[in-house]
Structure formats: C-alpha cells, structure tokens
Design a protein around this ligand. Structure first.
Ligand code: AMP
Length: 629
C-alpha cells in the first residue's frame, strides 16, 4: 500500500503521470492524447483528445461480467414499492429513455432538464442523456416555480422530464402545475415535456408539447441506442447552485475527467467493490446524488439504492433494515439526517444485522462531535466525514483509506485529497498561511483536478471572476470556506466567508431568499441570515421592513403577514428556503455606505458579540433586533 502523503505529493508534482494512471480505470473509445491542458488558466481541459461515454462506463462495460447483477434498487417508502433492476434491465430501460428523448428531438449537446422525485425513471433520464451526449440539468424536486423558471431560462432545455408528483411523509406533492407555471414564467420554452405518471396526482397535459413516459416507453420498448462517443471535455451536466448573488450558477461538469475522478474515488476513498451495494441517502437534485447515487457506484460495478422517503418512516430503523436486506457495504448520508435519527429510539440502531456495513460517510455540512460519536458508537462502525462542494463533484478533504489507512479526527473532515493543491490564504493579503492552526480561506491552486467544474454554464467570465479573482493578487480557486489546518495536515472547516447558508445540508443564498421576500407587496426591505440550529445546522431568519404598518396592530396580524411571507417563499423557492421566522422591524442595520450588516445580525441572533460596529449608520437598528430575539 503506498503512503498517502506520497500519493498526494505525486498527484501535484507529477500531475500528468498520476492522472494518466487513474485514467486507466475507465474505458475509452480513443485514449486521451494530452492529460491536462492548462494553457489558459483557470480553464483546465482534462484528457484532451480522448473520447468516452459516461453511460458506457456506468452500464455497458459491466454487461459482460454482471448483466444479471443488481444495478439499481429503487425503494420508496412513500409508495410502498421496491424494485431491483439488473445491469441488463437498467441497460434496456436507459436505451428506451434515450430513444424517447431522441424521438422528442434531443441531440448531442442539447440540454434536458430533469425535475423529478427520487424514482427510477429519474436515473434512466440522467443516464439516457449521458448515453446520447445530451447535457442533463437536474433540478431538486423541492424547488418551486420561480427557482425552476430561472433554471429553465438559463439551461434552455430542449426537453424537460418530470413526473406528476413526489411524495413526502405520505403527503403527495404535485409537480405538474409548478412545472407549467415555471415554463410560463421563463422566456425559454422547451420543445417537449416528458411526464412520468405515477398516478399520484392529476396532471393536465398540454397537447403537442406534453408526452407520457408510458406511451413513449411502449413505442420504444426494445430500442437499441448505441452510446455516443464524446470528447472527454464534452459537458455531461450542469447543476445549479447558490452563491453570493441571487442568480444561481450552472456548475458545468465534463465527461472524461468526471468519470476518472469518480472511478478513482470509489476505490481510494469509499472502498466500494464491484458486486457490493452502495446506499447514498442524498437526493439526485444535489451533487452528492449525482456522484454517489448514480454515477460513482455504477462506474464501480456496484448496486446502488435510490431511496424515496423519510429516514423515520415507517420508523427510524428503515435505513438499517435496507442495509440488512441488501447487504449494503458503504453508506453515505448527511449529519442532519443523523441528527433526526438521534431523536428516535436508539434500539433501532441494533435491531438489524449490519455486519455487511463497513463505513458510513457523512458530508454536506459540519459534522458535530456529539452526532458523530452517537452514530459511530450506536452502529459500531467507522464514520468518515468528507468535505466538498457542488463545484468539486467529489471530496476535497477526507481520508483515503483505500490508499493508506488513516485515523479520522473528530471535527475535521480530513486531509486534502489527491489532485487538490489546497492552501489556506489570508483573505485580505492573499498571503499563504503555513503555520499550524491559523485561520484562513480555503483555496485550491489551479488546475482543479479532474471531476471539478469546468466553468459556469454560458458564463466563463463569471467563473473567473467569482471563483478565481476574489483573493487579491492571486489566481486561485476560492471555496469560500474559512478553515484551519493542524500540524498533521487535517483541516477544520469554520463556515462560509460569503452570504451562503447551509440548511440541513442544503446550500442556499440568503440573497435569493431576500429577493423573493422583497417581492411581497407590503415588504420594502429585508435581511436574511443563517442562524445556528441544533437539528438543521442552520436555519434562515428574516428581518423585514413593512411598507404599510397600519394593519399590523397585534400579534395575530403580525403572524398573518409572517405566514404570507413564508407562503411566498414556499411558492417561489420551495419549502427549503422558508425562514424559520420572519420578524418585522422599522430599520435594518447598515453601514454608512448602505451595506447590510448581515454578520452583525447573525451574531446578535446567535447571542454572540457583533464585533466592530463603528461603520454602522444607526445602532438602534441592531438594538431593535436584539430586543426581539
Ligand atoms: P454544496 O455545494 O451544496 O455541496 O455545499 C458546499 C458547502 O457545504 C461547502 O462550501 C461547505 O460550506 C459545506 N460543507 C460541505 N461538506 C462539509 C463538511 N464535511 N464539513 C463542513 N462543511 C461542509
């Protein structure tokens, strides 16, 4: 077994040699001619000249060895259904979906927007896109019409694939009217809409535009659709994520680099073996779902569980019962989910035979020590924290036990992964902080390794400006996270440097929520901040100035307006953006130049010292908030 430090050093110092070896993990139609073209920083072009296909590597290449082995296990505790697709069956479903998309006019390079619940057809759609060289853009099913519309506008999809409804906690969540509203709001109109009818909710079909999956499935039942060989640098997908500005960014990912990075991570980080079962509890609407529900496990020849439902329904033992039933060896979840389970009967952790399970990986938000200890002791299994972002596509910081066994340290996701030349910089001077335990901004020296974002969809300038030009005097990738590093090279993440908040592992821009609330006819101004929460990590808290206060005479009227604002957020962004509270104030704390002092508001809400307030225009604004909370 090589030494991890040496492995990492080589990935940086002999970058091309290292990644040329990793590239052998996948099948190429034409092998890459150049490993990394970094002639135009910060744009990295990995495996240039190579042609491959993500769907071929995820499905077709396994057919000779494991056609009858389970590939996809779709479990829904919402509709009480469980269905296993072998690699051969998945192959045929994906070809059928690919034929349907081609039939609806999708061609290589076209975008297909996927707005779906966690059902097998969602994965067919993603893999079918990869198969024909179309670019999928999955939008989390919990987003409502305004969020969806902005993504439709930006991605300009040829086709949208959706379903009549999702379901959450036994409650049907209809999608079709939200989709129709979003299409109406967007100036881009898709050529066609492909609807999966789960028969959960009625849906009105628009003649000439909307088609049902059942009818196209019938038509293309035994379709044979060969994989379209694409350049390694051909975009495989875009995935929208929040940043400092209100407009979400389309993170664009390539094909070859992504396949190589995921295939490598499956062995070196997750230690998953072909034929075993991987269970990632995320959602396909997030990057973790893309990488470790769909592509990673399938690239590795594993079976993957796609789970629709809550972690506590029918009871808090549901996930562990699936581990037992499907002999799961590797599991991946988020700290929030574990904190939810922690409120349940601890006996549920020992009710099932979990002997197959080796490791539980957790990511998406800071993992607090009590949660880590509780689950690790309760299961008697190793817990591995890992830190990454939508932008990176695979872990930036963790432990690579598949390279060299190493101990985790509580509170730290781990060390820099191979390929990532991580550095802590002083935010204002750009100077590198080399000493132990110094706090700086976590940055990555270019080129970003394979699998990371190529650019912002249709906006190279924004990619450069947002991510690479934020530190004075340096072209370096900014994660926008504060961190320290101890003497052993373990990093500790201290929170975002920007206006992004993390609610239950979901990344939200406070500006997005503010823009939405400001759309209420009776709100003139609003500040949204993230406040620490025991269960969700953070929750959004809104402070709004009301235009006409004459109706706000008592608690009941304030409560009614708060309800209206929350409903507005639910309808435009989705419930995940809904503030825990909306408080009404007459003034917001700002600097003399008019900048909102969100960090001061946040500090006051969390009972901390708001720090230096000499630039604040009117201190009574903060006092008002202090009195309220
Ligand atoms: P997303 O792009 O939605 O995956 O969110 C990425 C952000 O989530 C990071 O920039 C961090 O702020 C946070 N994050 C993700 N994983 C971790 C982790 N293991 N520990 C602490 N923060 C994390």
């Amino acid at each position: 077994m090589p030494n991890y430090q040496e492995f990492h050093r080589r990935s940086i110092e002999d970058r091309d040699g290292f990644w040329a070896e990793q590239a052998r993990r996948i099948e190429w139609q034409t092998p890459p001619q150049r490993i990394c073209n970094y002639d135009q920083p910060p744009f990295a072009r990995w495996f240039e000249g190579g042609t491959t296909n993500l769907c071929h590597n995820a499905i077709d290449r396994h057919l000779k060895d494991r056609a009858d082995q389970p590939a996809l296990i779709a479990v829904s505790t919402e509709t009480d259904s469980e269905r296993t697709y072998s690699y051969a069956q998945l192959h045929s479903q994906v070809q059928c979906m690919a034929a349907a998309l081609l039939d609806l006019g999708v061609r290589k390079g076209d975008r297909v927007l996927v707005y779906m619940p966690m059902i097998a057809e969602a994965s067919f759609a993603m893999l079918a896109c990869a198969r024909i060289g179309a670019i999928h853009s999955v939008v989390f099913g919990g987003f409502a019409s305004v969020s969806l519309a902005s993504r439709i506008e930006d991605a300009s999809p040829t086709v949208i694939v959706s379903a009549d409804a999702g379901s959450r906690g036994g409650k049907v969540v209809p999608y079709k009217h939200l989709l129709d509203e979003a299409i109406a709001l967007s100036s881009h109109k898709p050529q066609a809409v492909l609807m999966v009818d789960r028969q959960l909710a009625p849906m009105a079909l628009t003649a000439g535009r909307d088609h049902t999956w059942a009818s196209l499935q019938q038509k293309h039942q035994n379709a044979v659709v060969p994989c379209e060989w694409v350049d390694a640098t051909h975009p495989s997908y875009t995935l929208y994520t929040s940043g400092t500005t209100g407009k979400p960014k389309g993170v664009q990912r390539d094909t070859g680099g992504y396949a190589v990075a995921l295939a490598a991570s499956m062995e070196t980080i997750f230690c998953g073996k072909p034929g075993e079962t991987y269970f990632c509890t995320s959602d396909i609407g997030w990057v973790v779902g893309h990488s470790y529900i769909i592509y990673g496990p399938l690239l590795a020849g594993m079976a993957t569980i796609l789970y629709e439902g809550l972690p506590i329904r029918p009871d808090g033992g549901i996930w562990w019962s699936l581990v037992e039933k499907y002999q799961v060896t590797v599991m991946f979840s988020a700290p929030t989910a574990i904190r939810v389970l922690k409120k349940q009967d601890p006996a549920l952790l020992t009710r099932y035979d979990l002997s197959s399970l080796r490791t539980l990986f957790l990511a998406g938000e800071p993992l607090d020590e009590p949660t880590a200890t509780w689950i690790s002791q309760g299961l008697g299994k190793a817990i591995i924290d890992n830190y990454w972002q939508t932008e990176s596509g695979w872990p930036i910081l963790t432990i690579a036990n598949g390279v060299e066994k190493a101990a985790s340290k509580f509170g730290s996701p781990g060390v820099a992964m191979y390929g990532y030349d991580a550095k802590l910089l002083d935010e204002s001077t750009g100077q590198e902080l080399l000493g132990a335990d110094q706090k700086g901004v976590l940055t990555i020296e270019g080129p970003l390794p394979p699998g990371c974002m190529q650019t912002v969809w249709k906006d190279d300038a924004r990619f450069v400006k947002t991510y690479w030009e934020s530190i004075p005097g340096k072209l370096v990738y900014n994660t926008f996270d504060w961190a320290t590093r101890d003497k052993d090279g373990y990093y500790f993440i201290l929170g975002r440097t920007d206006d992004v908040i993390n609610v239950a592992g979901h990344r939200l821009g406070t500006r997005e929520i503010e823009e939405c609330i400001a759309g209420h006819p009776n709100i003139s101004e609003v500040a949204v901040v993230g406040v620490a929460d025991n269960l969700k990590g953070q929750v959004a808290m809104a402070f709004a100035i009301v235009k006409d206060t004459s109706g706000l005479v008592d608690d009941a009227s304030r409560f009614a307006l708060e309800g209206e604002v929350m409903k507005l957020v639910d309808q435009s962004i989705g419930a995940i953006g809904r503030p825990a509270r909306v408080r009404f104030v007459t003034l917001l704390p700002k600097t003399r130049s008019g900048k909102l002092l969100r960090r001061a508001i946040q500090a006051v809400c969390e009972g901390r010292d708001p720090g230096d307030l000499t630039t604040m225009e009117d201190p009574s604004a903060l006092q008002q908030i202090k009195d309220m909370v």
